[in-house]
Write a protein that binds this ligand. Structure first.
Ligand SMILES: [Ca+2]
Ligand SMILES: [Ca+2]
Length: 230
């Protein structure tokens, strides 16, 4: 009997591990891959349309192009605090963010203009740190970004974006293609009934008169889904 259980559970476990590896690579949860999802529940969802900042740290809202969003931020952190989470062993965290104006991506040019990092994590654990670039990209000039990978990888500006044709917010407000929208999902192992999820910017622009006008970011949505997988 024991042998039979071992035979049936081992492949399932292997499949589960494989599913995790696959899902962490593509950053989307594919419930079909899991052996059994016992429960799946959206535990937090906020597009700021209801002006709801309950549990949201450093939240400030503004209207941009008819949409209420949180921001804009430069070298600041925001966080979502969730309590009384249902039983779970995985969380999928999704931020939809807007990268405004002249982000410079990867280049480390002596602490003048970069790297321009954005990061997210929970409690004491940083889950993801990357860079974004809104720079033009031609054969003679291109400031590469790390996203959709973690820092450091050389990807073209705006790789992985969901929308690129928006004007800048401030210094490039008169120019199209200077705000870029990204939807970023990460799956974490987690089982406490509380969590603090954070996101922040770590930008450099020492030669700008008004750095927050030179580059900033906003949040247009946050979603957290709890999964109980067996
Ligand atoms: Ca810049
Ligand atoms: Ca910069």
């Amino acid at each position: 009997m024991k042998r039979r259980i071992l035979k049936t559970t081992l492949p399932s476990f292997t499949l589960f591990l494989l599913a995790l590896m696959v899902s962490s690579c593509v950053d989307t949860l594919k419930p079909d891959y899991f052996d059994v999802i016992e429960s799946e529940k959206v535990v937090y969802s906020n597009d700021f349309g209801e002006l709801d900042l309950a549990g949201f740290e450093n939240g400030r809202l503004f209207i941009w192009r008819g949409d209420t969003i949180a921001g804009y931020y430069r070298n600041e952190e925001v966080a979502v605090n969730l309590n009384n989470l249902p039983p779970h062993n995985y969380l999928k965290i999704t931020f939809e963010i807007l990268i405004h104006d002249s982000w410079d991506g990867n280049p480390n040019d002596g602490e003048i203009s970069g790297p321009d990092y954005w990061y997210m994590g929970y409690d004491d654990t940083e889950v993801f740190r990357t860079t974004f670039s809104n720079s033009p990209c031609e054969s003679t000039y291109c400031l590469y970004q790390s996203y959709p990978n973690s820092y450091f990888r050389q990807n073209r500006p705006k790789t992985g974006a969901t929308q690129t044709n928006l004007p800048g917010l401030c210094s490039f407000g008169a120019f199209n293609n200077y705000t870029t929208r990204y939807k970023i999902s990460k799956i974490i192992e987690h089982n406490n009934d509380y969590i603090r999820i954070y996101a922040g910017g770590d930008l450099k622009q020492t030669n700008a008169i008004d750095p927050v006008c030179d580059e900033s970011w906003s949040i247009s949505g946050v979603e957290v889904v709890a999964f109980q997988v067996i």
